[in-house]
Design a protein around this ligand. Structure first.
Ligand SMILES: [Zn+2]
Length: 573
């Protein structure tokens, strides 16, 4: 017996001596691994960019060598890096170089801010802004070119709404774009005109209309955009984000933001600290000829941490401008059921072709009919091409018809949910009271019902529209109450859209392993397991122990991406 023991002891110490030594070991931690059995661990060892050990503190010793950095986390929570499945990082980063109207509370404040921007940039070729909200306007008082002309008639001005679905321009910008009373209406969306005339008022709704102005606006310089990406990825790392799907990557040469060449350059120079899947933009105004451009864009730009393997189909609009495409008309406009940027026939045609080419489709579908028709398009693609592993997903999903919920699972479509959108009372009240009524209102911004039907849910922030902070999104998903409100108000609030809350386990999965699955990276990321890439975050609180309305107070203390420390409040390096 004694001899057997000696033999075992020798073998164990031999194994210990042979074990690969880690560069970094996190121990005395509460590691929620998000593996298939949702297990917990105490220690994780990293060598290079790989995880080489996950388990008990008492078993990590063989992986600790002379040069291993050891961090005692004093019981803090460790999670896989967060994965945002619908975000606009570069556009968001450029907000600081725009005239930023976000958060202002009156039309007068908009006018004052735009006047300041003009005064501070008197020699600018063009001044572009963002962040205004339709809520401050009414049917009687709309944003007009007249308001902006009073600020400047010499400098072209264009101001995007906070959600990117409307553009407010002055006469100078419209003159440069050649837009006047003789300009024909657009196939979808609207060039808003003064009542009883053909004269454009200065408000442009949805892509066809907005792009008439944006096409002539001078693009941002390549240097500005690259600097924006460098800055924004540092910020996202500080929030614990290690992977994103950029929801709109314009492939036009010399386009406004030159997002595609920016990612390609950052990846090839090894300067990315995010894994990025780019959703290449299907331009609604163009036809099937653009498939060749998309194939070329994918082939020429996918390398390293950047993969341009998805196509973004911007199919309809948003509820509050009544551009979401609905089965039944808006409650306050009997003949208005919203719009679509491409026809349903074209949607089916492009889905079949792009699915056949191995692209993942990322639909923007907001209204119940838009969602139904997007599912129909995936169904048609399956009928034509057979079942693929392309993992198509539908984002936004503001209003769904309950009959369509189970179809996501049947068609292997992932629900790309924006949890913050369910939490804003005035916005929700306006939709229910004025635009869709209480019966349909039950099916606004669902989350839990998808899980009840076995549908995979991944989370996207849609930043620049809403907060990119995963702690905000997880709190919003769990409570359905707006995370940014004061604590005592949150504690005494009812969610504006109750009945769709999810638990912390599912919220974390939607932000980690499900995002990884959506991006075809679940074999290498999304959980903390031996052999996977080391994308890991350390949090100040354990999300399972903190009061749900305080989840958003949690801070990220350390972010590791691909084995490298990219954000560090623990003074590891
Ligand atoms: Zn978006």
């Amino acid at each position: 017996m004694f001899r057997i023991c000696v033999l075992i002891a020798l073998l164990l110490s031999c194994a210990a001596a042979l074990a690969e030594k880690a560069d970094l070991v996190l121990r005395n931690a509460s590691i929620y691994t998000v593996d298939a059995s949702r297990s917990w661990a105490e220690a994780v060892a990293i060598s290079g960019n790989r995880i080489i050990f996950v388990g008990r503190d008492s078993d990590v010793a063989p992986f600790i060598g002379k040069h291993t950095k050891l961090i005692d986390l004093e019981g803090r929570m460790v999670l896989p890096g967060f994965q945002d499945s619908h975000i606009h990082p570069i556009t968001a980063s450029l907000k600081s170089s725009m005239c930023d109207l976000s958060g202002l509370l009156s039309i007068a404040a908009y006018i004052e801010k735009i006047s300041e921007c003009v005064a501070e940039n008197s020699d600018a070729e063009w001044i572009h802004g963002t962040g205004w909200s339709h809520e401050l306007f009414s049917d009687d008082v709309q944003p007009t070119k007249t308001m902006l002309d009073a600020i400047s008639s010499d400098v072209p001005l264009s101001m995007n709404s906070y959600d990117g679905h409307s553009l407010w321009a002055n006469s100078k910008a419209m003159a440069i774009a050649g837009v006047d009373a003789s300009t024909p209406d657009v196939p979808s969306g609207e060039i808003v005109r003064f009542a009883g005339t053909r004269e454009p008022s200065g408000l442009f709704i949805e892509d066809h209309a907005q792009s008439m102005i944006m096409a002539v606006k001078p693009p941002y310089s390549a240097e500005t955009v690259y600097a924006g990406l460098m800055e924004v990825q540092t910020y996202l790392n500080s929030l614990g984000i290690t992977s994103v799907q950029d929801a709109l990557v314009d492939i036009a040469v010399g386009g406004q933001y030159s997002i595609l060449p920016t990612y390609k350059k950052a990846s090839s120079q090894d300067e990315l600290t995010l894994r990025v899947v780019g959703s290449l933009y299907w331009e609604p105004a163009k036809g099937m000829e653009q498939v060749a451009d998309l194939l070329r864009a994918r082939a020429e730009n996918s390398s390293g941490l950047f993969q341009a393997t998805t196509v973004k189909i911007w199919y309809d609009g948003v509820m509050h401008t009544r551009t979401s495409r609905l089965i039944e008309p808006y409650a306050d406009r009997e003949t208005d059921s919203g719009t679509s940027l491409v026809t349903p026939e074209r949607l089916i045609e492009l889905a079949i072709v792009l699915d056949g080419e191995g692209f993942q489709l990322h639909f923007h579908a907001d209204g119940d009919l838009a969602i139904r028709e997007s599912l129909n398009a995936v169904e048609a693609a399956i009928d034509a091409n057979g079942r693929s592993d392309n993992r198509h997903h539908i984002a936004h999903l503001e209003l769904i018809h309950p009959d369509d919920i189970p179809r996501f699972r049947e068609l292997d479509v992932i629900a790309n949910v924006q949890p913050m959108w369910s939490t804003y009372p005035p916005y929700i009240e306006d939709l229910i009271e004025n635009k869709i009524g209480t019966e349909r209102g039950r099916w606004l911004e669902i989350n839990g019902s998808f899980l009840d039907h076995g549908v995979m849910v991944a989370y996207g922030s849609d930043w620049f529209v809403t907060s990119p902070n995963p702690m905000d999104l997880i709190e919003a998903a769990v409570t359905r109450i707006r995370p940014t409100m004061p604590l005592d108000i949150k504690r005494n609030s009812e969610p504006p859209l109750p009945g769709e809350e999810v638990n912390v386990i599912d919220a974390i999965a939607s932000y980690t392993i499900n995002g990884a699955f959506l991006n075809h990276q679940e074999e290498t990321t999304g959980s903390i397991e031996v052999g996977k890439l080391a994308d890991i975050v350390v949090l100040s609180e354990n999300l399972f122990e903190v009061e749900p309305v305080r989840i958003s107070e949690t801070k990220v203390l350390l972010t590791i991406m691909d084995g490298k420390v990219v954000y560090d409040l623990l003074a590891v390096d």
